[in-house]
Design a protein around this ligand. Structure first.
Ligand SMILES: [Zn+2]
Length: 301
């Protein structure tokens, strides 16, 4: 169980399980001799990818960022990806029922990020999985999902979002909005044109600063509030934190590099906690740059 306090907010990670992804597609142009030092591939060249959702308790609201792969995959897609469908049972094991979720936020609308938005009821009708929740997703993603390119059309499953938009349950975001105090979204172009990171800011002292006060090379200024970012597929795992290690799936790989630089320009000096959507082992970490300029993920404890 991964849980920590971010100022006055409580953050925890819940998994929908793991699924196989082709290692080549996961690491794009990075040669296997390099990525295989970080991640093990099986005999078919598949690596295990996680499906991490972030739960935020603000005291007023219970917010779920991302809803995994869900349980509505076609038989053809199940052949490729399986369908672990563990999110609801993992939430339930922590005492969280679907009715407890007030807000659901999707970073983008690929099937492995919004799958549990909806379920089929006993009559086969698509209904919201979280019956009380207000849903949020990027508007540009939804527009694109209605007419995706041939390349990633398979990644969009209308039942995950269209019924929510039609019924007025899903609010579409331009990027930059604050959804509740302390939780806002920002567009990071690269993986798709309109994917949004979810930025979570607690109030109170940033514990990561005080922990490191006095260390050479670390600013003792702790004026930045404790902040976490669900950076989604811009940096899906700790193995993707180098600016040039993008995924083969990215539609705009050069923009992925620019967006990572833009992210680091704030996340490094302000010591943000980065949440990794697809890392099966390390769901969050503090990213630092070592003396040689290399990005290093320091696990949060
Ligand atoms: Zn994606």
């Amino acid at each position: 169980m991964h849980r920590l306090a971010l100022g006055d907010l409580e953050l925890s990670v819940f998994s929908d399980g793991t699924y196989p992804l082709d290692g080549g597609a996961f690491f794009g142009v990075i040669p296997k001799v390099m990525w295989s030092k970080k991640v093990a591939a099986d005999e078919r060249n598949y690596v295990a990818a996680g499906l991490n959702s972030l739960l935020i308790r603000t005291g007023k609201h219970t917010v779920l960022v991302e809803t995994g792969m869900g349980n509505k995959l076609s038989d053809r897609m199940k052949k490729f990806y399986g369908q672990p469908a563990k999110l609801l049972e993992n939430l339930s094991a922590a005492g969280i029922a679907p009715e407890d979720i007030d807000i659901v936020i999707n970073s983008h609308l690929h099937f492995d990020h919004c799958g549990w938005n909806t379920v089929r009821d006993k009559n086969g009708k698509i209904v919201p999985t979280f019956p009380r929740a207000k849903y949020y997703a990027p508007e540009g993603e939804w527009q694109y999902a209605r007419k995706p390119s041939e390349r990633d059309a398979i990644s969009y499953i209308s039942a995950n979002y269209d019924p929510l938009v039609e019924s007025g349950r899903m609010t579409l975001l331009k990027g930059g909005e604050e959804i509740v105090p302390g939780i806002s979204v920002k567009t990071f172009r690269g993986h798709t044109a309109c994917m949004q990171g979810i930025i979570v800011q607690g109030s109170g002292e940033n514990p990561h600063f005080s922990q490191r006060q006095g260390e050479v090379g670390h600013p003792s200024d702790s004026s930045f509030p404790p902040t976490a970012c669900y950076i989604s597929d811009l940096m899906p795992t700790t193995a993707h934190i180098d600016v040039t290690w993008g995924m083969g799936f990215d539609l705009y790989p050069l923009d992925t590099i620019e967006s990572k630089k833009e992210y680091y320009a704030r996340a490094l000096p302000e010591k943000w906690l980065t949440v990794f959507t697809h890392d099966p082992r390390v769901p969050w970490a503090y990213i630092e740059q070592d003396e040689s300029g290399k990005m290093v993920a320091k696990e949060a404890v």
